[in-house]
Write a protein that binds this ligand. Structure first.
Ligand SMILES: *Cc1c(COP(=O)(O)O)cnc(C)c1O
Length: 417
C-alpha cells in the first residue's frame, strides 16, 4: 500500500492558486526521514550526510536538509552556486564530480568544499588550477562485479568512476607529498538498492581498504564516504529499507574492522539523494482526455518532461487517483502525456479505479530525479515545485517556466531579424 501525503481536498485547494501539473514536497516527511538517518548513525560522532543536489536541485529543499544537519554533495558549477546561495559552504560541501572542468575545481576550492577526486590525473590538474587542498578525498572503483551474498548488484568494472586500488595508493602518497593533511575515501558501487545489506557490505570493503592504506602508506584516513545508493521501493509490494538496521550494520563493521586497527576516530559520511527525497515528492497532474482505441488511454496534463524515469528506464511509479483511494482498481489504462514519443507514458496496462476527466492523479516517489531531470522536448515547460509545510500551508519554491524563459536563449537572434 502506498498512501499519498495529500488528499483530494488539499489538491482542490492548492489548484486555486497553483494549477496542475506541479511537483509537491512534504516537509514533515523530509525532516522525519533526515532525523531517522542521523539517529541511525549517531554512534559515529563525525557522521555527516551530504545531500546529492542532483536529486532535487531546489534551494528550499537544500535549506530544510541543512537545518537537519545535512551538507550538500555537488558535482557541477551550477550545483556549487546553488549550495552557496542556499547558505551552505565550506566543509558542508562535498564536491564529488567526474570528468571535471578545471574551473569547477577552482570554484569548489574557493568555497572551501571538500574535493573528492575521481581520477589520479586530476592531482596534476588541481595543482595547476588551485593547488592541492589540505583536506581531500579519493574515489575508489574495485572493478569486476559487486555482489551481496552472491547476488550481483552492479558492475563497477564497467563504470567510468573512480580509481583502481593501485592508483588509489599512489594518489594518497602523491597528495601527501603535495601537502595534503586530511584524507577521505569514497565509493559508489550500486544504485537504488532495496536491501539493508548494501551499506554494511560496502563499509566492509572500504574499512578493510582503509586499514590496508594505513599499513602500507602510513596515511590514516579521517573519513569514509559511503556515497549514495540506498534506494526506495517504487512498487507497493516491496518493503522500504530500514535505515536503523543499516546504520547498525555499518556500526558492526566499524567495530569489527576499524576499532581493532586503532581507527575509531574515523568519520562516516553519506551522500544520499534518492533515499532522502524520493518518497516525499508527488507529481500531481489532471486527467484531461480519455481515448479508446486498441487500448484505453488517459491523457494527463503532465508529460515525461516532468518525470523522465518511466520513459528513460521503464521505471514504475505508483499512481493514486485522488479521492478514489479506496475504489476498486477495476479498469486498465495507459496513462500518457502529450510528447510526440510513444514512451511518454506514466503507466502501461495499469489497474486503476475508473478515471474521469478532471480527476487528479498523484504520481508517487517523484521527490528525487523528478523535477531534476525535467527537459523541454516538444517545447514543454518545467512545472512549478511546491512545498507542503508542516503547518499544512503551501509555498511555491520554484515558479513554473514561462514561454519567455523558453525563448530567452534565442531572443537576441529574433530581435536582430
Ligand atoms: C547520484 C550520486 C549520489 C546520490 O545517489 P542516490 O542513489 O540518489 O542516493 C551520491 N554521490 C554521487 C557522486 C552521485 O553521483
Amino acid at each position: 500500500m502506498k498512501t499519498p501525503f495529500i488528499t483530494k481536498e488539499q489538491i482542490e485547494e492548492i489548484v486555486k492558486t497553483y494549477p496542475t501539473p506541479f511537483h509537491i514536497y512534504d516537509e514533515k516527511g523530509i525532516r522525519e526521514n533526515a532525523r531517522r538517518l542521523r539517529r541511525a548513525f549517531s554512534w559515529n560522532p563525525g557522521f555527516r550526510e551530504f545531500f546529492a543536489v542532483k536529486a532535487t536541485p531546489t534551494p528550499a529543499i537544500l535549506q530544510i536538509l541543512h537545518e537537519e544537519g545535512c551538507g550538500t554533495d555537488c558535482s557541477s558549477l551550477a550545483e556549487l552556486i546553488m549550495s552557496e546561495k542556499s547558505g551552505i559552504t565550506g566543509q558542508d560541501i562535498m564536491f564529488s564530480s567526474n570528468d571535471t572542468p578545471a574551473e569547477e575545481f577552482a570554484y569548489a576550492a574557493k568555497l572551501g568544499g571538500t574535493i573528492n577526486l575521481d581520477d589520479i590525473t586530476h592531482i596534476e590538474l588541481l595543482k595547476n588550477t588551485c593547488g592541492i587542498p589540505k583536506r581531500i578525498s579519493c574515489r575508489f572503483n574495485p572493478g569486476g562485479t559487486f555482489a551481496i551474498a552472491n547476488a550481483i548488484m552492479d558492475n563497477p568494472g564497467d563504470a567510468k568512476y573512480g580509481m583502481t586500488e593501485e592508483q588509489l595508493f599512489d594518489a594518497y602518497k602523491q597528495l601527501k607529498a603535495e601537502g595534503a593533511e586530511e584524507f577521505g575515501l569514497h565509493a559508489f558501487l550500486a544504485s537504488n538498492t532495496v536491501t539493508n545489506d548494501y551499506y554494511p557490505t560496502l563499509a566492509g570493503i572500504l574499512f578493510r581498504l582503509a586499514v590496508k592504506i594505513k599499513r602500507e602508506t602510513g596515511i590514516e584516513l579521517s573519513f569514509i564516504n559511503l556515497s549514495g545508493g540506498i534506494g526506495v521501493p517504487y512498487t507497493p509490494d516491496k518493503e522500504p529499507n530500514d535505515i536503523l538496521a543499516i546504520g547498525e550494520g555499518v556500526r558492526k563493521m566499524f567495530e569489527e574492522i576499524l576499532v581493532p586497527a586503532g581507527m575509531e576516530n574515523l568519520s562516516v559520511y553519506t551522500e544520499l539523494g534518492r533515499f532522502m527525497l524520493a518518497p516525499y515528492g508527488h507529481l500531481v497532474t489532471k486527467a484531461i482526455h480519455e481515448k479508446h482505441i486498441y487500448k484505453e488511454y488517459i491523457g494527463v496534463d503532465a508529460c515525461a518532461a516532468d518525470l523522465m524515469r518511466p520513459a528513460m528506464y521503464g521505471a514504475y511509479h505508483h499512481i493514486t487517483v485522488a479521492g478514489k483511494e479506496n475504489a476498486p482498481a477495476d479498469h486498465v489504462y495507459d496513462v500518457a502525456g502529450s510528447l510526440c514519443e510513444n514512451n511518454d507514458k506514466f503507466a502501461i496496462d495499469r489497474e486503476l479505479p475508473e478515471i474521469e476527466k478532471g480527476d487528479y492523479l498523484i504520481i508517487h516517489d517523484t521527490g528525487a530525479h523528478g523535477a531534476a531531470m525535467g527537459y523541454n522536448y516538444n517545447g514543454r515547460l518545467h512545472s512549478a515545485e511546491l512545498l507542503l509545510r508542516e503547518d499544512g500551508s503551501v509555498t511555491q519554491i520554484r515558479r513554473p517556466q514561462t514561454l519567455d524563459d523558453y525563448f530567452a536563449t534565442i531572443s537576441d537572434y529574433w530581435n536582430a531579424l
